[in-house]
Design a protein around this ligand. Sequence first.
Ligand code: ATP
Ligand code: MG
Length: 387
Amino acid sequence: MFASEKSSLYRFLLIYIGSSLFLVAIGLVIFFNYEKHRLIDFQNSLIKVQSAVLVSELRELHKSKEHEIIYPKHSEFSSAIYDIDKNYIFGDFHPNSPSLDKEFYQKNNILFYVQKIYPYYLGTAYIIVQKSLDDKPIISVKTRLIIGFVIVIFFITLIAYWLGKLFLSPMRNSITLLDNFIKDTTHELNTPVSTILTNAELLKDFYPELENSKELGRIESASKRLSRIYDDLAYLHLNHKRHYNIEQVDISEFLKKRIDYFKTIAKAKQIQLTYNIDESVLLNIDKEDITRIVDNLLGNALKYTLPNGKVELVLTNEYLSIKDNGIGIDKAVKDEVFQRFTRANKSEGGFGLGLSIVVDIVKYYNFDIELQSQVKKGTKVSILWKK
Ligand code: ATP
Ligand code: MG
């Protein structure tokens, strides 16, 4: 799966699953509350029946001619009786601050039912019946809902994943097509560009009078630029399966050769290319990587400097810096130019790949990169080796 595809899929899954679960959770909470109230109402209605039984027992007692009256007790509930002034008369429990004005109420896990009676058998105006709430059916509903919720999560995730894949397949096809197109184009670019470059050099060897030919210089400069674009694209496309060949490289020697290579471009643009290179600066690095760093930084300096400008390269044991007096980079986009496909200035051609490649390499070798720039004054990019 491509990185862009993965991030789109994750975002889709997050939104889809998140919103679905949120809605399902709300539905389940509403359903649970409804069921809980229904179960409590059912238990309240049972208490009401039990209270009615008690009233009839009180009536019997009231009518009884016995001297000794025994208060009716029940194992399933407790009860107490109050007179018209809400004073406690008797009972098998003595409630703490009872609410005689409400018909039903609940304190913690105990249900209360208050019944007003008339006529006042044994002087009773209110009966209060108390019973513990049987919470087993409520817990059972809760457990079933949680299990249901887990099953729903599973199915929603499954459907979301399948849907995500389905929606992303056109995007995957386009990316694959584009990717193959870039690979093929890159591959096809290589041979003609090398042919043009080699033959331009051969022409100069065969016809020394062409050494200073402007036309040939431009052909060489343009094909070298093309060749660097090829190198960047190939680097990006082959980097993941690449085998690193890290060796000790004499950067001083390497740079001098590379400057020679860029001289044609500088000359074609009439840019003064100067350098100050300390001898024998050695680094353990893959040649391909140092080539990409130098080519991109030097290429940028030459590209973004106007004709008759100046580019200066300095190499020491601590750093490599490439400074130009070109168009510079706006402060606002200074940090963004390191991202792939980001370009601060469209006046010159390019893909916005160069600096992102340099940053990848700098990170791999644990180097540091610094960019100082001022619009219309120039730019200086430094790579610190941190040896
Ligand atoms: P590519 O390198 O892929 O051909 P590019 O040069 O546009 O294209 P980068 O090398 O990544 O891409 O540079 C990103 C942007 O940073 C450039 O588009 C340019 O705006 C700015 N930039 C880079 N170097 C300089 C420089 N020396 N002077 C001025 N602007 C620069
Ligand atoms: Mg560039």
